[in-house]
Design a protein. Sequence first.
Length: 474
Amino acid sequence: MKRGKKAALLTLLYILVNAGLGAEDYPRIEPSPWTSGIGSLDGPPAVSQLIEASLFASGLGEQDFPEYRNRIHSLLSGLPGYVREKSGALPAGEAVLHYLHEKLFTRYAEPQTLIHVSLNTGRYNCVSSAVLYAIAARFAGLQVEGVVTPDHAFCRVIENGTGTDVETTNPYGYNPGQKREFINAFGQTGFTYVPPGNYHLRTGIDERELVGLILQNRISRLQRENRIDLAVPLAVDRYAMTRTERTEAEMRKEFINYTSVLNGERRFDEALEFLDAVRLRWGENDEYSNILDTLLYNSSVIAGRDGREEEALARLSFRHGMGDLSEESFLKYRHILGDGLIYRYSTTRGPLDSLTELERLHDDGLISDATYSEYLAVLHIRRAKEIALDQGDLAALEYFRDHELQKSTDQRIRQAFEIFTHNAAAFYHNRFVALFREKRYREAGNLIQEGLDELSGNPLLLRDQQILRQAQNP
């Protein structure tokens, strides 16, 4: 399918989804203006923008922004004078760190990422303290960036062209490798300081990515709580704020995670509609093909077992028309649907009805030749057994002959034919033995001939016939 046509179909579907087919139940996939605005900047964000972005990232309601914005400005108002007062004894970056630990930070709390909670309680972790330090350092006129390690985050301040690490969780964290007080105290956080020389364990990030770590921590918590629906919009906002390949990949991962949740709940159409909206808004991705295949496979299996043929065919035809399914895949999923339909039919209906349905499904191209042959054998044998129970094995053999099953190369049919033949021969043989013992030779001879007329060349009956002749002609 040409891209233009596919895009038009996706657009139409997206409009329908968001117009009332359940879009109100989906996680938000449009970034918030707070994050897209800061993410679109060419240069570093202003301090005021960092403040608002950090409050939004912390999950604070917009109605509370003015209060906490004022509280941050009130906190920062005394910073310039403090830095000037300490200028003879401390570098500005270190003075900023001391100021925060004197005026705000009271206790380290590993899960406490949220800026407004730090302002309310003084509790902080590496992320919230690093973000507040970055805001304060920028307010003091310093250049600052973030640093992340496998399990930690801190800041790096640039003064007079020299970069210095700042472990914001510790009042002695300015240039931490040089301070015994820091080394003695830092262990309480549970993290390991990674010095500048270990570049393979450190990644430098800008201020927007540093604020984005608040969202990352919130996402991680929601993932642990299996609230993927709430994690999706946070991942969208994080990418919109940072615009990095890593956060884009993690956003797409959350899209897949949410789609997988819907798949697990058998909400297949909702999952497909959500995935379409994502593809339209954020573009295609190779991973979407895998989850799309999973959705179509599972939905076809379940629809077949539940007998929802028209629904499943409409879904597959639509996806085929959109270009999501190749001709080969379209046929494969139709066969998966058909397999479920004939299985359901064959386990809930009699063999005659099931054989009729089998023919229809095969004629409609919903089951493969191999599946058709498989069920044809099974259902004919079931029908023959029904006849044998009701009318005897000879009637079952007649059924086989009427359908020319005795010519089949299928091992199961051949084996069933042999069993019915053996049982029918045994029926004649047992009656023959009773007549023979009573020396009713004429009746016994007529019976054996009748049996051979039905079972021509049967070894057991031929042997009985030979025994009878010997008895009649000693």
